[in-house]
Design a binder for this molecule. Sequence first.
Ligand SMILES: Cc1cc2nc3c(=O)[nH]c(=O)nc-3n(C[C@H](O)[C@H](O)[C@H](O)COP(=O)(O)O)c2cc1C
Length: 178
Amino acid sequence: MQRQVDIEEAMARSLPLPLAIAIVKDPAGKYNPISVAWAMNTSKEPPMLAISIGRMRYSFEGLEANKQFVVAFPSSTMAGDTVFFGTHSGRDMDKLSYYGTATEPAIRIDGVLLRDAVVNFECEVAGKIDSGDHRIYIGKILLAHVHQDPDVKRLYAIEPDRLGTVKVDEEYSSPRAK
Ligand SMILES: Cc1cc2nc3c(=O)[nH]c(=O)nc-3n(C[C@H](O)[C@H](O)[C@H](O)COP(=O)(O)O)c2cc1C
């Protein structure tokens, strides 16, 4: 039996959601990662996906300026990176270098791949749709990469106050190297 509730409460109950990290070149020229739960595949032919980015995010400025992005699906060893990128802004810092996340150059776009991710998709913006306080960027996938080790597992889900099986706390506010 269903109980009518506030939309916010129902959205919280609908977690977990899949997790991805989008990397966008910022207007100053640095590659900035943002954790995104609002991501989906949208077309098979041509292959396309979409991410929904808040208008207040620094990444929004990068997407408007550069119209290219990488979507990486993090591996199970990347819980810290994912929390960090989702709780710090590229306005204030170089997240990739501060956290010590390994990257590789993208090939078809001006971007970087996350070396330890399960999958990286290189995308160019093929369309945009405003959705309230977010803007949906539809990306045409130009090139795809997978981790060379087929046993590497995805970090798949977030739960309220938790990311997969890993609790979201200040443990992840320090760089990897420390
Ligand atoms: C697990 C998780 C998922 C998130 N999903 C999204 C999302 O889909 N869209 C979005 O705009 N922000 C999302 N956020 C918030 C941004 O990642 C966060 O505000 C980030 O600090 C923005 O970075 P930026 O200012 O460098 O762009 C998410 C955060 C977390 C922790």
